[in-house]
Design a protein around this ligand. Structure first.
Ligand code: ZN
Length: 329
């Protein structure tokens, strides 16, 4: 494998991995976080993460262990598969990343043939065909990717290792709108947003990379930062060009470095959730950026809204511009 378990775990703490999977936990002690268990259905949090020991334990289903154990349980994978799944892309076989491009292209082709996906995009207020093309948005109807890629000569085991296909041979991003995440010319990951009742978000293995479409805005003196790709798309469609997206409220080290690598003002437009998590995350980020000399403004959306729902709910570019102008340091 050439990349041992301890090295892997030291590079990817369990909490960081869980956050990449959009797990949200609140601090429950000096080295402890608690949140809803991703391994079983529950309405009251009983899933604990200990950051010092780098392990989890769920009082609801009784499962516990380290990062590898968590991946085994959550993805129903073997130890070896889990290890391969977690190994960063830079250490992987070149085949892995080479698969992302044909997969993204294939999903893009599926979109126009899937009325349920187009209907979902319409519901989310995304209707500009040129923007949908520019962002290379696709759809995974499920069950067809394996055939398509094996016909192109890729082996089933590589598809599995890349996390594109589950043990049953179905698409991991099944029934999801798919956004390719790019770094320069390269696709580094695919983000899937469920159009049904399945787990809402999913990334493929390997982390989310840097800020979305950062190359486009890195020279702008004012940048709007949103947490979701539909927020990003809604703002772009409304004519705002200086937008980027962190794919969640927790920025990884690369993303934070990008925001803080030069003088600029960041307008943070995270969701205004009922549980205040977006607001808290925005405040924390503003503090961290201030410590690096970056000025920030907090965009206060109407209660319960994110930028996407703001536009879906009838808001227009002019009104959003007013929110930007009213944004507080
Ligand atoms: Zn549990």
């Amino acid at each position: 494998m050439g990349h041992d378990v301890e090295t892997l775990k030291s590079q990817l703490p369990l909490l960081e991995y869980l956050r990449q999977q959009n797990w949200t936990g609140r601090r429950a002690g000096r080295f402890e976080y608690v949140g809803l268990c991703p391994l079983h259905k529950e309405s009251r949090p009983s899933f604990y993460v200990n950051t010092r020991k780098d392990v989890f334990y769920c009082h609801g289903c009784g499962q516990g262990g380290d990062l590898i154990r968590f991946v085994q349980l959550s993805r129903q994978a073997s130890f070896r598969q889990s290890l391969a799944y977690l190994t960063p892309q830079t250490y992987r076989d070149a085949d892995w990343t080479a698969l992302l491009k044909p997969t993204a292209v294939f999903y893009q082709q599926q979109l126009d043939h899937c009325p349920e996906a187009l209907e979902y995009l319409r519901q989310r207020g995304l209707h500009d065909p040129a923007l949908i093309r520019e962002l290379c948005i696709g759809y995974a109807p499920g069950g067809v990717l394996r055939h398509h890629l094996t016909m192109q000569g890729h082996s089933f085991s590589v598809l599995r290792e890349a996390g594109l296909i589950n043990a049953q041979g179905a698409d991991a991003l099944y029934q999801r709108i798919v956004f390719p995440l790019c770094q320069g010319e390269h696709i580094v990951n695919l983000y899937g947003r469920s159009i049904g009742a399945a787990f809402a978000h999913r990334f493929l293995p390997g982390g989310k990379g840097g800020l979305y479409a950062w190359e486009k805005v890195r020279r702008c003196s004012e940048v709007i930062l949103v947490e979701g790709l539909f927020d990003y798309a809604a703002l772009r469609q409304a004519g705002f060009c200086n937008v980027t997206c962190s794919l969640g409220t927790h920025l990884n080290a690369d993303q934070f470095h990008q925001l803080s690598d030069g003088p600029r003002t960041i307008y943070i437009a995270f969701d205004d959730d009922a549980n205040q998590s977006g607001r808290q995350a925005a405040e924390q980020l503003a503090h961290r950026l201030a410590a690096h000399g970056i000025s920030t403004r907090r965009v206060l959306l109407p209660e319960g809204h994110d930028p996407n729902s703001f536009f879906v709910g009838g808001g227009d570019a002019h009104q959003f511009q007013s929110l930007l102008e009213a944004a507080q340091p």
